[in-house]
Design a binder for this molecule. Structure first.
Ligand SMILES: Nc1nc2c(ncn2[C@@H]2O[C@H](COP(=O)(O)OP(=O)(O)OP(=O)(O)O)[C@@H](O)[C@H]2O)c(=O)[nH]1
Ligand SMILES: [Mg+2]
Length: 318
């Protein structure tokens, strides 16, 4: 059994020399402030943020390293953190120049700008936004997520909100990656099935469907024991399929895909389905109750997937 934690989301931390990038990386690793040295080249670290695993590229900000490394690492990252030393106003033109280079190299990735060292000055955020031409970003790509926060990485001021936003955005940014959805099951925590869908045209290609309820049950007990009653996520690989299970307080789901489908993408979709189901329960449970049982209309979730993930989900046989 694997956990989803094999998925590492690549993130680039960029910004001119002395901006506070390594201080941020160290804070993310240890939760504290430590004095740092200028980065020679780059450092790669693996950290956990808000339940996801990130691979951080802490890139040296010296002119030499900018030219050598930034483009490559920016291009392979799924999120960009750009750190600005707001105390170093003389370098602002250079900051703008490199910020826009980065944005051209990767026009998809969510962007977090940290206006750092707020403990040393009172630089107005609006002025800075204007200066770095942030309002022009939607012209480049209207779908890019971006935000700017005034922070002190040294003191930790305002960082939590900034990083929560960023972690959530990068973890759910699946672009046009596709999974092949073979089926899914929804269960109440008591083990009672409330929906099952199969898209395999009867050809389950070696998958023993009868084993799923039993496996879910074992999974449920396993995660209850290990992680408490509301957390949990496991995956199982059979010869031809991947089965991902996600558990919430009120509902559990198992998503079956072909082996080639990316587990991280499947997970984002599974989480969205569960949020949708939970919201529907909370708002109009009576709609789903019939003869004391809970049942989902056949198309309830398929419509949702077609609406929200039409480019990401292909229904079909393995
Ligand atoms: N006052 C203050 N100092 C900070 C803050 N963040 C970082 N620093 C200091 O700024 C200096 C440079 O920090 P680093 O994190 O090493 O900078 P860097 O961006 O990694 O620099 P390079 O590796 O050379 O690109 C260090 O002395 C930090 O302690 C902050 O929020 N406030
Ligand atoms: Mg550094």
């Amino acid at each position: 059994m694997n956990t989803h934690s094999e998925r590492r989301i690549p993130i680039a931390i960029v910004g001119l020399e002395n901006a506070g990038k390594t201080t941020l990386s160290v804070r993310l690793q240890t939760g504290r402030y430590h004095q740092t040295l200028p980065t020679a080249g780059l450092d790669v670290e693996v950290i956990e943020m808000k339940g996801n695993i990130f691979q951080l590229f802490d890139l040296g900000g010296h002119q030499h390293f900018r030219q050598l490394f930034w483009k490559n690492y920016i291009q392979l990252s799924q999120g960009i953190i750009f750190v600005i030393d707001t105390n170093d106003t003389e370098k602002f033109d250079e900051v703008v120049d490199w910020l826009w280079k980065c944005l051209d190299w990767n026009i998809e990735a969510p962007l977090l700008i940290l206006a750092n060292k707020s403990d040393l000055n009172h630089v107005g955020l609006e002025k800075l936004i204007d200066k770095i031409r942030l309002p022009q970003l939607p012209i480049q790509n209207p779908n890019r997520s971006f935000r700017i926060f005034k922070v002190s990485i040294k003191l930790g001021t305002n960082l939590d909100e900034a990083l929560s936003w960023f972690a959530q955005k990068t973890a759910t940014n699946i672009g046009d990656s596709q999974i092949k959805l073979l089926g899914f099951y929804l269960y109440l925590p008591t083990g009672i099935p409330i929906a099952s869908y199969l898209f395999t045209n009867g050809n389950t290609n070696g998958l023993d469907l009868d084993m799923i309820p039993g496996f879910l049950n074992a999974f449920d007990q396993f995660t209850s024991g290990m992680m408490g009653p509301t957390e949990g996520l496991q995956s199982l690989n059979t010869l031809n399929h991947s089965i991902l299970m996600v558990k919430r307080e009120g509902v559990l789901c198992a998503i079956i895909t072909d082996k080639e489908s990316d587990l991280g993408v499947t997970r984002v979709i599974a989480e969205s389905v569960l949020t949708y189901v939970e919201t529907a329960f909370a708002e109009k449970l009576s709609l789903f109750q019939k003869d004391g049982k809970i049942r989902f209309p056949k198309n309830f979730i398929i419509d949702f997937l077609n609406r929200e993930f039409s480019t990401n989900v292909v229904f079909g046989s393995p």
